[in-house]
Design a protein around this ligand. Structure first.
Ligand code: UT7
Length: 335
């Protein structure tokens, strides 16, 4: 049996920085509230008139990851694209990346697991590589949130949090079972599906139906989040799934060199850090600069940590996520 490992990483963030002060001008919010509750100082929004899209940001991150892997796009034999904000309702964004990178006929699959999307995608790639079915897998997380948020006071509990961006990794076959992806832990709990959701437009909420109703209070086309409920579940599930992965890897939490939590809320990351007694150098956070970029947050943070030399050969790395679904998971990697 083969093992899988990450051999190339890349990220792309739109240039347009939106600070908390910018948001204060368009809704009833404050820099103090946002920083105190979430840790966020600024986020990136695709500028009006920019060509950037979910797939194009993914392509830009992917090109860097593929080059750093020492490969060309034609070496990729599977694309996994994690997003909750695809370019189209269908087809998925993976095929758009395939076309943009000119990779002939390789399978391109979208993974719809929201904030846990990248963890699910890495776990999926790992399985395909371990069985020998594919060798070089491009795994992307990309989100274009800003165009679909309610940027008024009504939507402030959500719209101040989310940002745009993309990250990508190339995973490949390895014959060394001591390094690479050691294990992945995946979970979901559909009974809480509506607690963090965007219900319409969908087959449960067709566009003609929404238009016919013409109800100004029908805002089912904006994301909804029961913030406190999500927060309470997140801290429990993050802790459980990190512990399960670490145990399976034969490690102790205090031995983690770099924990890359999904950047949902700095308070959640700090809770987990404290629970496991980790130092600031053992946990990577960049939500202060990018907000919550959902499926893109882990690959962006992982890429930055690697670029800064905080992840190197021998590092014990844990990726962990929780989000809409509810879904949650972790991946333990011996770098
Ligand atoms: O990525 C997927 C996973 N996501 C998460 O894990 C997110 C989990 N949840 C959270 O991070 C937090 O619940 C939030 C940051 C979303 C909200 O923080 P909170 O401490 O739970 O605030 P809250 O929703 O209970 O609201 C407290 C108050 C309310 O006012 P009243 O009713 O006390 O008068 C809100 O209306 O804060 C108000 N509020 C705001 N005020 C200023 C909500 N949003 C804002 C805002 N600016 N942007």
């Amino acid at each position: 049996m083969f093992n899988s490992k990450i051999i190339g990483l890349g990220k792309y963030l739109p240039d347009n920085v939106v600070t908390n002060a910018d948001l204060e001008k368009i809704m009833d919010t404050s820099d103090a509230w946002i920083q105190e509750r979430t840790g966020i100082k600024e986020r990136r929004h695709i500028a009006k008139g920019s060509d950037d899209s979910t797939s194009l940001m993914g392509v830009k991150a992917s090109k860097i990851a593929i080059e750093r892997a020492g490969l060309t796009p034609q070496d990729i034999d599977l694309i996994l694209f994690a997003t909750l904000s695809p370019d189209y309702y269908f087809p998925g964004s993976g095929v758009l990346v395939q076309e943009a990178l000119q990779i002939p006929e390789c399978p391109a699959m979208d993974i719809r697991m929201q904030c846990s999307g990248f963890v699910y995608a890495v776990a999926t790639a790992d399985q395909f590589i371990k069985t020998g079915m594919y060798k070089n897998v491009l795994v992307i997380g990309s989100e274009y949130h800003s165009g679909g948020l309610d940027m008024t006071t009504r939507g402030r509990n959500i719209s101040v949090i989310f940002g745009d961006g993309a990250g990508a990794v190339v995973m490949t076959r390895s014959e060394n079972n001591e390094t690479g992806i050691l294990n992945s832990q995946l979970h979901s709990e559909g009974k809480h599906a509506k607690e963090l959701s965007l219900i319409g437009p969908s087959t449960g909420r067709w566009v003609p139906e929404i238009m016919e109703n013409n109800d100004p209070d029908d805002i089912s086309y904006y994301p909804y989040m029961n913030g406190q409920f999500v927060f309470k579940n997140a801290v429990v599930r993050f802790s459980e799934v990190i512990m399960a992965g670490v145990k399976k890897a034969g490690w102790k939490p205090e031995n983690i060199d770099m924990l890359i939590p999904h950047q949902a809320n700095l308070r959640i990351s700090q809770f987990v850090q404290k629970k496991f007694g980790l130092s600031d150098t053992q946990v990577y956070n960049n939500i202060q600069r990018y907000g919550n970029t959902t499926a893109a947050s882990i690959p962006i943070a992982l890429t930055e940590a690697w670029e800064e030399g905080k992840i190197k050969e021998g590092s014990k790395v844990v990726l962990a996520a929780f989000g809409s679904g509810f879904t949650w998971g972790s991946v333990s990697i011996q770098w």
